[in-house]
Design a protein around this ligand. Structure first.
Ligand code: SAH
Length: 190
């Protein structure tokens, strides 16, 4: 079936990059669905790191991972993704295959806790540094909430200026979403 959400579309693309033994980062674990997706595909030989600033989100993600009986290939940090370079052990630097960002606020939770342009940009820079060649950073961007459009513009401007000889950036958009589009960026490191 053709994807009916931007994240299922992203996952259908990321499936091609994420093989057993891969190393992935979920930069915004939220309710944990993406962490489960990454953990399952990375498998017992792989590794997944997850970040969220909300304790509830980390707890929910941990519960979901345990319920799904996935291999214990994951480590969760209740910390901002802007700290990923310091928190991810050095042995993994330059070996990360996928970093997923799902920006904005967590549906059903405190809508004032949102990702912010400045910390998001710091985290995206770190993510690009941590990637292996051929690795991908995916970023789902929501512009409809207060603060969202500033982040949307900042992230897209940053990605549009990345060196074409070092990275390729592809953007998709759910264009007919009432109110505002949802955007998806895929940045591949050459
Ligand atoms: N808008 C998406 C869900 C986004 S969830 C949707 O509609 O599906 C975004 C998550 O990012 C939230 O759980 C929030 O707590 C988390 N977050 C906010 N700032 C963060 C930061 N600096 N580092 C890591 N996670 C952060």
């Amino acid at each position: 079936m053709i994807s009916n959400t931007i994240l299922s579309f992203a996952k259908s693309i990321l499936c091609d990059v994420l093989n057993p033994g891969c190393i992935a980062i979920d930069a915004t674990t939220g309710n944990g669905y993406d962490t489960v997706f990454l953990s399952r595909l990375a498998g017992g030989e792989g590794k997944v790191f997850g970040f969220d600033i909300q304790e509830d989100a980390i707890e929910q993600t941990e519960e979901r991972l345990n319920e799904e009986c996935l291999p214990e290939n994951w480590t969760l940090f209740c910390s901002g993704h802007e700290n990923m370079q310091e928190l991810i052990p050095e042995e993994y630097h330059g070996r990360i295959n996928i970093v997923m960002f799902n920006l904005g606020f967590l549906p059903g939770s405190d809508k004032t806790v949102i990702t912010q342009a400045e910390t998001t940009l710091k985290a995206v820079r770190s993510a690009l540094a941590l990637l292996c060649r051929g690795g991908v950073v995916s970023i789902a961007i929501y512009a409809g909430h207060p603060g969202g459009s500033e982040e949307d513009v900042a992230v897209r401007e940053f990605c549009a200026e990345l060196d074409y000889h070092a990275f390729r950036v592809i953007q998709s958009e759910m264009t007919n979403k009432p109110g505002y589009p949802i955007r998806m960026l895929f940045v591949t490191k050459l």
